[in-house]
Ligand binder design. Structure first.
Ligand code: F6P
Length: 497
């Protein structure tokens, strides 16, 4: 079975939510807390090392029931099953969507296992120094040459897992900005640098231009024969890679059933695997796999991706909010928002439904944000006192990695205080004048994770992957293609003549 093709606005639940919205729109979160004891407990749950508190939303238990009814009427469970069963749910491209299979250690596809083994062997050689450069020196630096999904996921994860990193110095070159390429190369020694060219299609202009420039720079200082010791590639397009002079044993596979923005779990994550070592990389995959199980098997009322997705739909389609903020209280997650922007906006930035008709309701949300507490000293003013309603996700870790208690207490106090201030404002409290008034009533979710580990990071990323899938299912759009990126590419080509 392919994905259902139900216009969500024609469901009973949608009509009921429309009416229900009128009763909720005027209610204040603070009021909802005082009128119902035990709200926080009722609207929180823990799964493994992650807790979700969604009590600071503009909802009642009835809202949630209706949202889950909407999910049922849109046949969400059938859609989830279709994805995990490998149906060709990416209908416009005739492909299955199986990034979850990349981390399914229970029943792993043989080609996935073989690629992981290849990654393990290769990364071990590089890390231990068994892999030598053309002058017999060990590799000290790695440069990932890729863009979009071939850059953002690995770059985000490598940075997020800095604590678990080894001695290798890892760089990411994505933009076709020659100055950035030169600034990166300036720091590198061709004798001790390994370049990983990552491109699912091996046709991407930026990546091929950067790879060509870097290869030329390398050959000028080494030789054509030395390329095989310093360049490896990850792609589905083996012919194009071979044509590029990369030897067979240095090619890592990719498959058309993995979308670029969901590919960090595959050999696209080779730079990460080298940076943190295979054991940690496998833990990342296992964390994501655990989240896959949670998503597939848990009833919707205790299903993290489903709850987050349906709340986001509540704001997007009934409150007509345009954006949502993601606010991780961990500097390690500095690149999470960049990564999510591609994952979410490239997936759900669609206006044609699965029947091929234009939609007459809002789809993909705009995701933005930054790390706390930096955000508090930058844009949070607008969330507190501006005119726009912006739902937020707070993400924090109970434990810090280096164990500095003083900093951690301050970090967490700020995180919780922001969520409280957004929800409560100065509601019911005397204020000197209007300038000091905070409306409050700004919704947020609190994701509290015990500790940043490869495993918990895998869970977090998979959580957002599944959230965006649920949203696409309900909005009746195809989330796994991206035809909207093609026109600009063609126009740029035409300009270059
Ligand atoms: O143009 C957008 C896009 O196709 C993304 O979806 C993808 O992640 C990126 O380009 C890079 O593509 P590739 O890995 O094929 O070079």
């Amino acid at each position: 079975m392919l994905l259902p093709k139900i216009n969500p606005t024609t469901t009973k639940a949608w009509q009921q939510l429309d009416a229900h919205f009128e009763t909720i729109n005027d209610a204040h979160i603070q009021e909802l807390f005082t009128s119902k004891k035990g709200r926080r407990k009722a609207m929180s749950f823990i799964w493994e090392d992650i807790s979700l508190d969604y009590s600071k939303n503009r909802i009642t238990s009835e809202t949630l029931e209706l949202l889950l009814q909407l999910a049922n009427e849109c046949k969400l469970q059938e859609a989830i099953d279709a994805q995990f069963n490998g149906e060709q749910i990416n209908e416009t491209e005739g492909r299955a969507v199986l990034h979850a299979a990349l981390r399914d250690f229970n029943s792993m596809k043989p080609e996935v296992k073989a690629a992981l083994n290849q990654m393990r062997d290769f990364s071990e050689k590089v890390i231990t120094g068994a892999w030598k450069g053309h002058t017999g020196k060990e590799i000290k630096a790695i440069v990932n040459i890729g863009i979009g999904g071939s850059d953002l996921g690995p770059a985000m994860v490598t940075e997020a897992l800095t604590f678990y990193k080894n001695h290798l110095d890892v760089h990411y070159v994505s933009n076709v900005d020659g100055d950035h390429v030169m600034e990166t190369l300036k720091k590198l020694d061709p004798e001790t640098t390994l370049f990983i060219i990552v491109s699912k299609t091996f046709t991407t202009q930026e990546t091929l231009t950067n790879a060509t420039t870097i290869r030329k720079w390398f050959i000028e200082q080494a030789s054509e024969e030395a390329v095989s010791k310093h360049f490896v590639a990850v792609s589905t397009n083996l012919e194009a890679v071979r044509g590029y002079g990369i030897s067979e044993e240095n090619i890592f596979p990719m498959w058309d059933w993995v979308g670029g923005r969901f590919s960090l779990w595959s050999a696209v994550g080779l730079s990460t695997c080298c940076a943190i070592g295979y054991t940690h990389f496998e833990q990342l995959l296992k964390g994501a796999h655990a989240m896959d199980g949670h998503f597939k098997e848990t009833s919707f009322d205790k299903n993290m991706p489903v709850i987050l997705a349906m709340l986001s739909i509540w704001y997007n389609n009934f409150f007509q909010t345009e954006t949502e903020a993601v606010l991780p209280y961990s500097q390690y997650l500095d690149k999470l928002v960049d990564y999510l922007q591609q994952a979410v906006m490239e997936s759900n930035g669609k206006s044609i439904d699965r029947n091929g008709e234009p939609v007459d309701y809002q789809t993909g949300t705009i995701v933005w944000g930054s790390t706390g507490t930096n955000a508090q000293h930058a844009f949070m003013q607008l969330l507190h006192q501006g005119t726009k309603l912006i739902p937020s996700d707070f993400i924090c870790y109970t434990e810090s990695l280096y164990g500095n208690k003083d900093h951690q207490e301050k970090l967490l106090a700020n995180c919780y205080a922001q969520a409280d201030a957004l929800a409560q404002g100065t509601y019911g409290k005397p204020v000197e004048n209007n300038f000091k008034r905070f409306e409050g009533n700004s919704p947020s979710n609190m994701l509290k994770i015990e500790k940043l580990t490869p495993n918990s990071l895998g869970k977090l990323i998979a959580l957002y992957e599944h959230k965006l899938f649920v949203q696409g299912v309900i909005w009746n759009i195809f989330s796994y293609d991206q035809p909207g990126v093609e026109l600009g590419k063609k126009m740029a080509k035409a300009r270059l003549g």
